[in-house]
Design a protein around this ligand. Sequence first.
Ligand SMILES: Nc1ncnc2c1ncn2[C@@H]1O[C@H](COP(=O)(O)OP(=O)(O)OP(=O)(O)O)[C@@H](O)[C@H]1O
Ligand SMILES: [Mg+2]
Length: 592
Amino acid sequence: MGQIVVLDQNMVNMIAAGEVVERPASVVKELMENSIDAGAREITVSIEDGGRKLISVTDNGGGIDAEDLARAFEPHTTSKIKTSEDLRAISTLGFRGEALASIASIAQVRAVSRRKDSTSGNSIEIDCGNKGSVGPASSDYGTTIQVRDIFYKLPARRKFLKTANTEMGHIVERFTRIALARGDLDLTLTHNGRELYRLVSQQGLRQRINELFSSGLGEGLLETETDEKGVHIFALMGKPSDSRTSSKFQYVFLNGRFIRDKFISHAIKEAYRGTIEPNRFPVIFLFIQMPYEDYDVNVHPTKIEVRFYNANLVHSQVLGCLREKLLSANLQPQAKLPMAAGSAGADVPTAGHRSREIADAMAEFFRKHKPIPTQQQFIREPTDAKWIPKYKVEDTKHETLQPERKFIQIHDSFIVAPTNDGFIIIDQHALHERIIYEVLSKRLRESKLESQRLLIPESFELTEAQIDVLKANTALIDKLGIELVPFGPRTYAIQAFPTLLAKATPVDFVRDLIDLLVDKGASLDAQGMLSEVLNMAACKAAIKAGQKLSDSEIEQLLADRAKAEFTNCCPHGRPTTIKFSMAELQKQFKRT
Ligand SMILES: Nc1ncnc2c1ncn2[C@@H]1O[C@H](COP(=O)(O)OP(=O)(O)OP(=O)(O)O)[C@@H](O)[C@H]1O
Ligand SMILES: [Mg+2]
């Protein structure tokens, strides 16, 4: 006797619910998306006990009439598509016609709705797939859907629900995504009667970001926009110094839909390459608009993934737009000096993770050149329009800074140089690293690195595994201008080494290069690997912290800095330069 049976519809819905409804947050997302598709301008989400007890979503959208109310909870029922043609250009958030049926199969659901053009409303109740009849109910126009006791007939799934706080965290995340995508809507979220967010429409994206995350985040973001080849891109981008340890702060929207896409994530990563450390993630809010026909959203049950028909185009447009903005932006951290002791409202230095070091160096600098504060003044130099600190000498012996001297090296590590509205402190190692990185990348883009033959070849031993890695990367090694020849069963000799890396020791460099290839070879693509190698090369060839520099070496470094394309941070993302403004100094010396 045959063993195969046709599952009843409720079982089918419950199975579908497994894909659509992972947790209460999925219900919030589906219901809010339905409200948006219904043209709502205002959506209120009320949650109890992290959504385990109640999820209620009320909107002022178009509403559902009595006939549709009964149908909306049946599987495969939708008002959003009709023919296969419609599937080719989906402009609504929902289209699969399965969300309400799935939700109603795993919880107690009550829906009340009134169409705007109707004088009365209707309601329906469904208890884990058991549908009641539609009856009249008093209601404002719009729709309220209440979902109670999610998974209560599925103890195995209910058991997997986390604490109210954790579930609420997921709900806030889904709410946030929608709130970012739709700044034109009034949105409210409450938990156990407490209002968590009340977002008003037209408040502006930066303000909305401040309210959803933390005040101040929105203002600091860089803004960029392009519109080319049918792809419109708008982004608010975090500066490299705002980077985080996870990609949680990367929000990508495609025509108002929050998506996760590996091509776009890669483009973002590439755009920030060399400006942040490889294991950190930029903060970004990226909005892409393009014709609905140019991608397919029917690839994932929760509609979070799409398939671009021309993924390379999207990748290059996003990369170009973001990278260009980053390279042209002034990313120098602006330092704030701590207020003098005893002053009210002491400022915390905000110059990044090296601020303490810099502040100490500055304190030392000012101690050494101790002026009498009342006699100090800054005089504008008419000749070169640069601010040069000068000290007025009266009764008292003072060191006088020589006006012609335009920089000073402190602690053999930092260079202080005046600018026309203050002065900068340069981390000599970080800056030189960046300059070498840029030169190396440019040369490698054009051809391979120039090398010089070593007078005496330097030999070293390798393991079999290292030899395999070496053989697999001969093209890269050749491009770097390194010539290696076998010199014995497990011995290789370096015969030529890149001229640009003259400061590095060839054997040490090649050993580290092989270690890097062994460690990261499997996880990085060719471009990523090259970037890692360049980071390492730049670090090894750069001037070190603690290295005394002659005036001409400093002049050379400053001249190279002026010529370089991007010098704000080293290839690992640390700042190369911190700017101090005259305004800060004047405040510090109580001149304002
Ligand atoms: N808040 C609402 N206001 C008005 N109509 C709604 C609302 N929620 C659902 N509907 C109607 O119910 C139908 C079924 O909703 P459901 O979410 O199950 O499917 P869908 O949105 O069409 O597709 P998907 O399963 O991808 O979300 C919708 O197509 C819509 O016509
Ligand atoms: Mg839907």
